[in-house]
Design a protein around this ligand. Sequence first.
Ligand code: NDP
Length: 302
Amino acid sequence: MATILDGKAHAEQMLAEVRAGVEARLAQGLRAPCLAVVLVGEDPASQVYVRGKVKACADTGIRSLEHKLPVDTDQARLEALIEQLNSDAGVDGILVQLPLPKGLDAKAALHRIAPAKDVDGFHPVNQGLLLEGLPGHRPCTPSAVMHMLKAYGVPLKGTRAVVLGRSEIVGKPMALLLLEEHATVTIAHSRTVDLPGLCREADLLVAAVGRPGLVEGSWIKPGAVVVDVGINRVEDVALGERIFAAEPRKLETLKTKGGVLCGDVRYGEALEVAGAITPVPGGVGPLTIAGLMQNTLRASQL
Ligand code: NDP
């Protein structure tokens, strides 16, 4: 039976470290770090994520400024707000909640954020610094995953790691951070041939695909460490019956509540094979917000 990598507990620890860092600043007579969060439109999931981030700020002593813009905001208005926040010396970090409403160019908006305030780590300058192994803001999800893996003492040097997914937000930076720790890394994606065979070679498997239950138990090397970044809502009972065969409680929730959250890995099957695994929910999700708080504290120290 696999060890559960408790992302929620580890995130609490990271948040406690941030809180201590904020208190140390205040004790030196410095102001609290400040994160500006920009939300355009009323996407319910984005509203939930923003609430979570604002709450984490409150819990750690970081000041948060919420900027809510209407759904019909145009690119010029959004970028003008970003410029205003860039030049505001009282703001340390700027986060534009994604996805943006249709018609807005997310990349162009993100590229407007001053790299020093880009606490999501999505700006090309920060991505370039990561590529070069130089200090800069790292994307929150992969950097927090690394923080947890190190805390659990997961061996990284010389490890054969497979990262499923090549997004700029998770897959690519995850692979680079693992490489920085001397893992031997393969990045897989939708055109990869023989995904199951490749996964079976991995001592460390990171799934960041967004396909519920894609990774079957039989794809996992016995004893491997599995990090499941995917967050998917499943409402289709036929799919649930396939992917939750080894998780009767999840299937039950799906049938009674009409939907259930799950990762990219078939958790019940993987538990039997893996050496350690992150659950969904309660695994990587809470780590991401903790990573954001870390980046915001760091931005205030620049
Ligand atoms: P993207 O959609 O940007 O990228 C998905 C990647 O998965 C792509 O590289 C795609 O390949 C690959 N892929 C898709 N289908 C397959 C397949 N059948 N086989 C192999 N590879 C495949 O997603 P994100 O990286 O933004 O997010 C991935 C998941 O992580 C999502 O579920 C998301 O909700 C979750 N997430 C969770 C976070 C957290 O806090 N826990 C934070 C961020 C994301 P290709 O490039 O070829 O299209």
